[in-house]
Design a protein around this ligand. Structure first.
Ligand code: GSH
Length: 302
């Protein structure tokens, strides 16, 4: 079944998934969504989740790279959690995509002007994430310094000649570190920050090795194709538990720490340390399962 990625070109988290498709040599469907709300083609399936990226596999919808990468793991191709690090790739990715992501936002966007960002983008990020452009600009040198620590630790890791953080094979941790630097490198006004990261020993070669995986085989799909794929399939059986105080079947809303986006509301099927799954009824009697990681998600009765 063709995975469908809801994304837009400039999104670093989407680049992480595009690179994961490349590392796994996968074919995938590309559905471009706006970089600001509303995103009706996406939220009609997710409920409220408006962040990027989202991956749809049939009638299963995966929100957040923390749920997307484990879902891609069951598709053909090399593992995204190769030995010897195995699940430790998640630890690295969660640091890179968590506190370090904000440092890279500062390193990438701290020097951008309001005109470069555009009014719609600024308004969206202010309303949803409380972004304050003036404060970001003032914090930019500090944040760039924080981001350089990640580059330094990565360079130190590569110093023994290994190709990737765990050895010969790339994994989720490499992808997360890569997408952060990709983000900084993509912004012309952040060229000096990207250059400082890539000037560290071994970094330019590692970055080139990651970029060489490409994006797999991409083909554009329409929102109608995506809806048809959801209709043509049943959601995969759900495994996992429901931790107290939550109960199977209860109506819940899922939101993300640090955003004011609408909750994704549905019937709870799984809520444990492996992740969260809700069942949602979509137009025309279609039922989809929407999956989230557990980390960073807030579950509330709805
Ligand atoms: N924890 C999420 C973070 C995703 C995220 O922050 N994505 C950014 C874009 S790279 C976003 O959603 N921005 C708002 C938007 O695209 O509407 C993940 O790992 O997927």
């Amino acid at each position: 079944m063709l995975p469908i990625l809801y994304h837009y070109p400039a999104s670093p988290f989407a680049e992480l998934v595009r690179a994961a498709f490349g590392a796994k040599h996968l074919a995938w469907g590309s559905l471009i969504v706006p970089n600001v709300l509303p995103k009706p083609d996406q939220t009609r399936l997710t409920g409220g989740y408006g962040r990027t990226p989202v991956v749809q596999i049939g009638a299963d919808i995966y929100c957040d790279t923390g749920a997307i990468l484990p879902a891609l793991e069951s598709l053909p191709g090399p593992s995204l959690y190769p030995a010897p690090l195995g699940p430790l790739h998640r630890l690295v990715a969660s640091w890179a995509n968590g506190p370090q992501f904000f440092a890279h936002v500062g390193a990438a966007m701290g020097g951008m002007t309001p005109v470069m960002m555009g009014e719609a983008f600024i308004k969206d990020r202010q309303a949803r994430f409380g972004m304050d452009l003036g404060a970001l600009g003032r914090a930019a040198p500090h944040l760039a310094g924080q981001a350089l620590v990640a580059a330094r630790w990565l360079a130190d890791t590569l110093a023994d000649g290994r190709a990737f953080i765990g050895g010969d094979a790339p994994g989720a941790g490499d992808l997360a570190l890569y997408s952060n630097i990709w983000f900084v490198k993509a912004v012309p006004t952040a060229a000096a920050n990207a250059a400082a990261m890539l000037a560290m020993p071994g970094m330019a070669d590692w970055f080139a090795r990651m970029a060489a995986f490409g994006h797999g085989q991409r083909r554009e799909v329409t929102p109608e194709d995506a809806l048809a794929a959801a209709r043509a399939n049943s959601p995969a059986p759900v495994t996992g538990n429901i931790d107290a105080p939550y109960a199977a079947g209860m109506q819940v809303g899922i939101t993300q720490e640090g955003t004011r986006d609408e909750p994704s509301i549905g019937r709870l099927l799984r809520c444990d340390s492996t992740g969260i799954t809700i069942a949602r009824k979509v137009e025309g009697g279609l039922t989809v399962h929407v999956h989230f990681p557990r980390l960073g998600q807030v579950v509330s009765p709805a």
